[in-house]
Write a protein that binds this ligand. Structure first.
Ligand code: PRP
Length: 198
């Protein structure tokens, strides 16, 4: 397959997706490398992977299958509700069930954007007294940061585009795309007149 074919948006999605920012091959390669870095740092110690619902679904599945060390997996449900592309109030929809006291925790999220989510979740996890918390995000959109927070492991630095796919949504759609794409502005501008989930 030529490079051009790999980076062009499939015809089915062209009306909504402007371009592919990260191809499925690039995702697969980078996720494997991230897993190796994490493995090295955790030195075979058992970890609790805490993943934030729902955007991590694909990243998490790919990442943990490359983590060659013992782990347990749990989820925290957290969502930002607001107008259009702006993160609003954070709502917790599922609490952690595994006891992380004294454990090494790897906190996984799909995107670090304003930083409001991680800067609320990390202190909440610290209250549970884990031995340490390392944060891992697939995408880092540093241009939009509001909170002073950075992740320990970052898959890709990305510019300030509205990205969807590989787990990331707009109004719960597009999570199934196998690549990270840029949403056409008219799609989110139309919906941003109504109250919707980011
Ligand atoms: C998205 C994303 C991150 C968060 C990042 O979650 O999954 O958790 O926003 O944004 P921030 O750094 O500005 O806080 P969303 O609330 O859209 O839920 P989702 O994971 O279910 O899509």
């Amino acid at each position: 397959m030529s490079a051009k074919l790999k980076t062009s948006v499939p015809p089915r999605w062209r009306k909504e997706v402007q371009s592919i920012l990260i191809t499925d091959e690039q995702l697969a390669r980078r996720v494997k490398i991230l897993a190796r870095e994490i493995e090295r740092d955790f030195r075979g110690r058992e970890m609790v992977v805490v993943s934030l619902l729902s955007g991590t679904v694909m990243f998490l599945a790919d990442l943990i299958r490359h983590l060659n060390l013992p782990l347990r997996l749990d989820f925290i449900g957290v969502s930002s509700y607001g107008l259009g592309t702006e993160s609003g109030e954070l709502v917790f929809t599922k609490e952690l069930r595994i006891d992380v006291r004294g454990r090494d925790v790897l906190l996984v999220d799909d995107i670090l954007d304003t930083g409001k989510t991680l800067s609320r979740v990390v202190p909440k996890l610290r209250l549970l007294k884990p031995r340490r918390i390392k944060t891992c995000v697939l995408l880092n959109k540093a241009a939009r940061r509001v909170e002073k927070i950075q992740a320990d492991y970052v898959g890709f630095e990305i510019p300030d585009h509205f990205v969807i796919g590989y787990g990331l949504d707009f109004a719960e759609r597009y999570r199934n795309l196998p690549f990270v794409g840029v949403l056409r502005p008219h799609i989110y501008k139309e919906v941003s007149q109504h109250v919707c989930k980011k």
